[in-house]
Write a protein that binds this ligand. Structure first.
Ligand code: SAM
Length: 236
């Protein structure tokens, strides 16, 4: 009896010590806070999300004419603007939007001098402000899949409202082990079809990589969707 009275305070002290030494699991950062931090880093080592070359699906869409020559392009979650600048160099009228101010500042800084018709706008694709242009091509490489589930209906509302029937939409979604839009190719196709298939006809899907590590780091596989905005359905 006397022993257990003595032990209890010791157990509490040990627990308190463990709590002090082992930090509590942090709540996940808000996406905006996370992306502001990513794009604010002035590191010489680029973020692993920085693209090292233009994805072949983008260059093929240009070469094949699937992106109509000279079209107005809206790049959703454009990051540092590499794809937007590349397209504007090829005669497209491009607007890159991103909700991270640091991304838009970086994009403006790094794409300065690009001769084409290129603009950047700080914009939340789930918000209530429309983009500066009405696009006939949409690109999303890595934006939708990071949006919290509760905000996805607002993303869908906006992409369907911001474009007319016939608009081309090239979407890259990662296959994530954390399960946002799917843990396998088939699950991602199923979930994206459920989310967007009502407003966009999916012409084709394919396997891709959002990050492809050549140095033994972690590659991120994904699914690419080629979609076309359907005629506006009654009640849409
Ligand atoms: C994985 S990065 C991809 C960047 C670029 N598209 C690329 O391919 O390199 C995702 C980008 O989406 C942006 N983003 C995430 N949620 C957004 C939102 N709700 N509105 C606008 N941009 C968003 C992030 O700031 C980030 O720059």
């Amino acid at each position: 009896m006397a022993g257990s009275v003595k032990r209890r305070p010791l157990i509490r002290r040990v627990r308190a010590l463990i709590h002090r030494l082992v930090p509590k699991r942090r709540a996940p950062e808000e996406p905006l806070e996370h992306w502001e931090a990513v794009w604010s880093r002035n590191s010489a080592v680029p973020s692993r999300w920085r693209i090292s070359s233009i994805p072949q699906e983008v260059s093929q869409a240009v070469e094949s004419g699937w992106f109509p020559a000279g079209a107005s392009v809206l790049d959703l979650g454009c990051g540092a603007g590499e794809i937007a600048a590349w397209l504007s160099d090829r005669g497209f009228k491009v607007l890159g939007v991103d909700f991270a101010i640091a991304a838009i500042e970086k994009a403006k800084r790094e794409c300065e001098g690009s001769g084409g018709d290129l603009q950047f706008q700080t914009l939340d694709v789930c918000g209530d402000i429309p983009p500066l242009i009405r696009p006939s091509v949409l690109i999303d490489r890595g934006c939708l899949h990071g949006i919290r589930p509760a905000a996805i209906p607002r993303y869908i509302r906006n992409v369907t409202a911001w474009c007319d029937p016939g608009t081309r939409y090239l979407l890259f979604v990662r296959i994530a082990d954390r399960g946002e839009l799917g843990k396998s190719f088939d699950a991602v196709v199923r979930n994206v079809t459920t989310a967007l298939g009502h407003s966009f006809a999916i012409s084709r899907t394919g396997k891709t990589y959002l990050v492809q590590s050549e140095s033994g780091g972690k590659s991120v596989p994904g699914v690419v969707f080629w979609m076309v905005r359907r005629e506006v359905a009654p009640g849409e």
